[in-house]
Design a binder for this molecule. Structure first.
Ligand code: 8X3
Length: 251
């Protein structure tokens, strides 16, 4: 009988999370889909041919995270892959002008939420035949850019949390990876600019930005690599992008 593989994905209701769910389903992973929008998760469940289980929670809510994971039915507990994808940017403002609520939202989801989910899922990964944690960072965690200080700081935290986790889990041979995308055309900028779709389009204009599917392909490559191989840290950029803010835009 074929071995069952289970992946838990946070932020599965859109963007990179959604596309990675589709890509892992193609590789026969059964999916625990986590998010805040149940109708989107249902739509995703209806799209894939593998078995799915939905968990509706906000990664910022510590209690909800632990309750959801601990409440998983037995048959969903042997998780192999945790994709920590949930997170967002809120605002693009200089420190002197920025809104503290935006800062809280980014630190609470991108940093603390990712840590809570990791801590909650870890006992299940440890009991599985194999485990792999993939954290979604950003080029913003590698270099700061103007008006992005707190978002960049949150993604730098993802980078260092990932590195520390890899050290801690080395004795157990649980693989730990981070993927750091540059410009990916998703709802990311619409959320950052609080629904301003015109402004959001300018971010990607002429950049031939990555599609969520491109990032999903890379994640599948990391996860499906032989168990003796860890792709520890992967930066993925559109060819037109050379750094967080050097972009050769087509005019
Ligand atoms: C998304 C990449 O450069 O738009 O994390 O901040 S960037």
């Amino acid at each position: 009988m074929k071995e069952r593989k289970i992946a838990l994905i946070t932020g599965a209701s859109s963007g990179i999370g959604w596309s990675t769910a589709l890509a892992l389903a193609e590789k026969d992973y059964d999916l625990i889909l986590c998010g805040r929008r149940s109708e989107r998760l249902q739509q995703l469940s209806d799209t894939v041919k593998v078995e799915t289980y939905q968990l509706i929670f906000d990664v910022r809510d510590k209690q909800a995270v632990f309750q959801a994971i601990e409440g998983l039915p037995e048959r969903w507990k042997s998780i192999n892959v945790l994709l920590n994808n949930a997170g967002n940017a809120h605002g693009l403002d200089a420190v002197q002008e920025a809104n503290l609520d935006d800062w809280d939202a980014m630190i609470d989801s991108n940093v603390k939420g990712l840590m809570y989910v990791t801590k909650a899922v870890l006992p299940l990964l440890r009991e599985s035949s194999w485990g792999h944690i993939v954290n979604v960072g950003s080029i913003a965690g590698k270099e700061a850019y103007p008006k992005g200080s707190v978002y960049c700081a949150s993604k730098a935290a993802v980078q260092y949390f990932t590195d520390g986790l890899r050290l801690d889990l080395n004795p157990e041979l649980i693989r730990v990876s981070a993927i750091h995308p540059g410009l990916v055309e998703t709802e990311f900028s619409i959320v950052r600019f609080k629904g301003d779709t015109d402004r959001s389009k300018t971010v990607y204009q002429g950049a031939d930005a990555l599609r969520a599917e491109d990032v999903a392909d890379a994640i599948v490559y990391m996860v499906e690599a032989p168990k003796s191989v860890t792709i520890a840290d992967l930066v993925i950029l559109p060819t037109r992008q050379a750094s967080a803010y050097v972009i050769n835009r087509e005019s």
